[in-house]
Design a protein around this ligand. Structure first.
Ligand code: AMP
Ligand code: MG
Length: 317
């Protein structure tokens, strides 16, 4: 059922149910972090490996102390600058933070989302919410309540509709190694914004095996349609001539008549707007019975870096 009523959500969460919630990044599947029953349901529904930790969502900064004893100075600075917002911090966990939430790791990923409804819900509850993206593991993330319906209709009791996700990309994840910040996942807060606050940051490139964050896996965020990324759209269209093609472009449509459908992410050439539209465009393209989705490579700066990161994983064979 879709609802806008956070009291209904709170009730379900108390009953150890899971509820889909809106955030400014993507929709999440939420559960009480202290309910093993509810958290296990998330993993089952998503078909997510149990070793992949979940992000813990809190409603205010003073709840951080319930989860960790150690906050590096730069973590404090990042919280003060970017919370509520699309930045997740991975910190040493307190013993009471359940292993089934952290995938057995001794760290916990924490964030305060910037979405009015979900903040109200979080501040109503006496427990934080574990909430990974509300999609089957590896597929395109949901940025509207209808995407969640498409994935999980009738398999979850409640979807809270909070409109279209404003940022539309997952949070940026930063961890600490000997108190020095390390970027684990590119996301909605750009590297430029982070470095502007705390100076140069090391960026960990993920591999499929030694995975720190699932979002770093080679294949992730993927449509079911074959997807290719290119710096030369017209050449790639030519290469796929005869197939039913869809295009994903930054700001300018191709004039090629062989193309069945085109999604323009930002007609005015704004990378933040393009980022916000990325997943909804991929959802539309993936539903069109195309034989191939051809995406333009984006400028490698600001949100363009994150878009390219997601497209690379979406297109991984
Ligand atoms: P999702 O909410 O589906 O985007 O996934 C949550 C992301 O947070 C995944 O990429 C997790 O691996 C990452 N994450 C959560 N907890 C930790 C942790 N303790 N260490 C590293 N990454 C984490
Ligand atoms: Mg996810």
């Amino acid at each position: 059922m879709i609802s806008k009523d956070i009291y209904q959500a709170a009730h379900a969460l108390y009953q150890e149910e899971i509820v889909a919630i809106p955030t400014e990044t993507v929709y999440g599947l939420a559960a009480n972090i202290y309910s093993e029953k509810a958290v296990r349901k998330i993993f089952e529904l998503k078909n997510r490996p149990l070793s992949n930790p979940l992000i813990v969502h809190i409603g205010s900064k003073n709840q951080v102390e319930d989860l960790t004893d150690h906050i590096p100075i730069l973590a404090e600075k990042l919280m003060d600058t970017f919370w509520p917002g699309s930045l997740t911090l991975v910190l040493k966990k307190k013993e009471k933070v359940p292993d089934f939430v952290t995938g057995g790791k001794d760290t916990v990923a924490i964030r305060i989302p910037q979405h009015e409804k979900t903040l109200q819900l979080l501040n109503l509850l006496p427990f934080p919410l574990a909430a990974p993206s509300a999609n089957p593991f590896g597929s395109i993330s949901p940025t509207s309540a209808s995407h969640v319906v498409k994935y999980f209709d009738r398999r979850i009791p409640l979807i809270i509709d909070g409109g279209i996700c404003q940022n539309g990309l997952e949070s940026t994840i930063i961890g600490f190694e000997d108190d020095a910040p390390v970027l684990y996942r590119l996301g909605s807060i750009t590297v430029e914004e982070i470095e502007n606050e705390i100076g140069p940051i090391q960026i960990k490139k993920g591999t499929s095996n030694e995975t720190i964050a699932p979002g770093m896996m080679n294949k992730h965020y993927a449509p079911t349609t074959l997807t290719v990324v290119t710096s030369n759209i017209s050449e790639t269209i030519h290469l796929h001539k005869g197939k039913r093609m869809g295009l994903l472009v930054f700001n300018q449509k191709s004039t090629n008549l062989d193309v069945a459908h085109q999604e323009v992410l930002s007609a005015k050439g704004d990378l933040k707007e393009a980022a916000a539209n990325l997943y909804s465009s991929l959802h539309r393209l993936d539903a069109m019975n195309l034989e191939v989705i051809i995406s333009e490579k984006f400028p490698e700066e600001k949100w363009g870096k994150t878009i390219n990161d997601r497209l690379k994983r979406a297109s991984h064979q």
